[in-house]
Write a protein that binds this ligand. Structure first.
Ligand SMILES: Cc1cc2nc3c(=O)[nH]c(=O)nc-3n(C[C@H](O)[C@H](O)[C@H](O)COP(=O)(O)OP(=O)(O)OC[C@H]3O[C@@H](n4cnc5c(N)ncnc54)[C@H](O)[C@@H]3O)c2cc1C
Ligand code: SF4
Length: 340
């Protein structure tokens, strides 16, 4: 049985109190939302905080509503189950609703939050293990050690961004609102990432993610999420594909975006997706040909490594398959794409 180390839980009732507490406690404190990733990681002794600052009693971090004209807000403590089931999220960001609905299984989506998913730690099959297991291998760069088991001789951690909602949020150009000791800041989610598996986000330990903002979409918006995983439930992505299409009044593509996850430390945007699809009407042979072109481009760009489970060559072979299927599913509103 894996035991949790000793720790204390603090439950502030105001956001400014929570921010002040984090600043006061410093490195020894960590935020806990649903705890579905943090608690297993504490059992594995990947994190050993003295104090957990719970966000459970902060009402302004909950719920889905308006964030001024043309914007939808989703409080960071909103459960993934609620994000997946919300009609406004489905309307303005169908890829996000689908991605949230494919995280883990029903229990974890009920406990797990959108904020916790955005700020999920990177994953690696040599890292997400017990202390005993990691010690037997001499640990690794990300925690307690000096070498990498994925890239021989490597000096940089390449643990994979594995949060399903991140690529979907990137396709709709979401913004994140953080509260910290210097007040609030708003950042486009694209600017959150760093290509470093040890800490892949520009976010201070003393900052709290308050909400995620999504721009309203028009009637031509289409989105879908595709997820490759071993089983039809529970598993983290072996590959995640988020797609956005913006159609004009003739049902031709005016803009497109494709972002992949579970490859490297940050989600990967596929180059030329919009250029290859622009002007092509959905439901035509030309659309299928353009989707194949984007799939080929994704295959060129994606180089899965043995950082997460699943044979890396097989995962690479699945990239064009999932990109093409997810583009077609977005066009026909048939998402999500996943094995059952
Ligand atoms: C068996 C299993 C399967 C899983 N499968 C998947 C999967 O398929 N896809 C997937 O994406 N995830 C998966 N997860 C991981 C996890 O359940 C989800 O990512 C979930 O959304 C995490 O949210 P949480 O609220 O539980 O976060 P927590 O575990 O509470 O926190 C995660 C991290 O974010 C920080 N944090 C959380 N909220 C905030 C905030 N508002 N401000 C600042 N910091 C914050 C915490 O300090 C911590 O570092 C799985 C987990 C398990 C145990
Ligand atoms: S990629 Fe994996 S093995 Fe290499 S340093 Fe990162 S966590 Fe450790």
């Amino acid at each position: 049985m894996l035991r949790l180390p000793n720790f204390e839980v603090r439950t502030p009732e105001r956001l400014d109190e929570a921010v002040a507490l984090l600043a006061e406690l410093g490195e020894g404190a960590r935020v806990i939302a649903g705890g579905t990733d943090l608690v297993p990681n504490m059992k594995h002794e990947l994190f050993t905080p003295r104090v957990l600052v719970s966000l459970a009693r902060l009402p302004e971090l909950r719920g889905i509503g308006d964030a001024g004209p043309g914007w939808l807000r989703i409080g960071a403590m909103t459960s993934l189950a609620d994000v997946a089931a919300d009609a406004r999220v489905e309307q303005h960001a169908p890829a996000l609703a689908q991605a949230a609905g494919l995280v883990a299984g029903p229990q974890l989506r009920t406990m797990g939050t959108l904020g916790g998913n955005v700020l999920l730690d990177t994953r690696c099959q040599w890292y997400n293990q017990t202390y005993f297991w990691r010690e037997a291998l001499g640990f690794c760069l990300k925690k307690d050690g000096t070498l990498c088991h994925v890239v021989e001789g490597g000096s940089k951690c390449v643990a994979a961004a594995s949060n399903d909602t991140a690529p979907a949020l990137m396709t709709v150009r979401a913004e994140l609102v953080f509260a910290g000791p210097d007040g609030r800041r708003v950042t486009p989610i694209d600017d959150l990432w760093i290509a470093d598996g040890i800490a892949n986000k520009k976010c201070g330990r003393d900052e709290i993610l308050v909400e995620v903002r999504l721009p309203h979409s028009g009637s031509g918006h289409r989105g879908a999420y595709g997820k490759l995983r071993d089983r039809g439930s529970i598993d983290f992505p072996l590959l995640g594909v988020a797609v956005k299409l913006e159609l004009n009044t003739e049902d031709a593509v005016a803009d497109a975006d494709v972002v992949l996850t579970a490859l490297q430390a940050r989600p990967v945007r596929i180059k030329r997706a919009s250029e290859l699809l622009r002007g092509v009407r959905i439901g035509t042979e030309a659309f299928l040909a353009a989707a194949r072109g984007v799939a080929e481009q994704a295959h060129k760009q994606a180089h899965p490594m043995p950082n997460i489970p699943g044979d890396a060559d097989w995962r690479r072979a699945m990239v064009p398959v999932y990109v093409r299927r997810t583009l077609e599913a977005a066009a026909t509103r048939a998402g999500p794409v996943h094995a059952v």
